[in-house]
Design a protein around this ligand. Structure first.
Ligand SMILES: [Zn+2]
Length: 261
């Protein structure tokens, strides 16, 4: 049986499903190292290596550019956990220096220093406070945020409005996508219908449904949960909430139940 794929995020090993879904980046996933049979996958050529950093320095644009281009945190070691463990238990520094004695690798190290001097040219993508790797660890990469948004939309059977979501969640979407609308577009979701798109009968129906389910009229915070359309929709059609309750036949019930008390 094929071993279950794993990912290395910030030096820790996770099962694939623990942090999924992922964004693609090159031949692998953004902000994580794929791990299989003790080796990690190169995002650029898709081959598997123990000392990925050595390979990247020799064959690609250098470690720093590589980590930034693929959403990894600067300073993340491009190395398989097994080799990392091995180096740390056998005096890794010396072993690593021996690897660098290879002339090809030495040349690539010079290249690396040159790249380090130009490091300011490599800026993380605008608006991202954290690398994708860090966001993967927090389960807040773009793919994961969209997944959460999609689950909420499925519950509501429509896209949520920004105001219906926790502020912190909206802030994360805005940071990652530029705006809430852009996040919806990225998730191939339509914006929620405008308030004036609800016809009178639907508004009444929803108000009655709410009353039947909860045995009371909506309170202030119920208008924010997405169970009911925005209050403004009711103002527009009925002029006021009491008028809407009256039109739904609810005001009479409230008054009569109060009288019975
Ligand atoms: Zn490669």
């Amino acid at each position: 049986m094929k071993p279950e794929p794993r990912v290395v995020i910030k030096g820790q090993i996770f099962k694939w499903g623990e942090k999924s879904p992922y964004e693609r980046s090159g031949d692998s996933v953004r902000g994580a190292l794929e791990l299989n049979s003790g080796k990690v996958k190169c995002h650029e050529c898709g081959d598997w290596f123990s000392a990925l950093g050595v390979h990247v320095a020799a064959k690609h644009d250098g470690v720093r550019a590589y980590t930034i281009n693929h959403g990894l945190s600067v300073g993340t070691a491009l190395i398989s956990p097994r080799l990392s463990e091995h180096l740390s238990t056998t005096g890794g520094g010396a072993a690593f220096r021996r690897m660098w004695k290879d002339p090809v690798l030495r040349a690539s190290q010079i290249e690396r220093v040159k790249l380090r001097m130009k490091r300011d040219q490599y800026q993380p993508p605008k608006g991202s406070r954290w690398s994708t790797e860090e966001r993967n660890r927090r389960r807040e990469c773009r793919a994961q945020l969209l997944e959460r948004l999609r689950v909420i939309a499925e519950d509501l059977r429509r896209s949520p409005r920004g105001a219906e979501l926790p502020r912190a969640f909206v802030a994360k979407l805005v940071r990652s996508f530029g705006s809430y609308r852009k996040a919806l577009t990225a998730g191939e979701m339509l914006p929620a219908p405008c308030h004036n798109e609800y016809p009178r009968e639907v508004l009444i129906e929803m108000l009655r449904d709410f009353y039947v389910l909860n045995g009371r009229l909506p309170r202030d915070r119920d208008w924010k949960t997405g169970v009911l359309p925005d209050r403004k929709a009711y103002y527009r059609v009925f002029g006021s909430l009491p008028a809407a309750y009256e039109a739904s036949g609810l005001l009479f019930r409230i008054l009569s139940s109060n009288a019975a008390d």
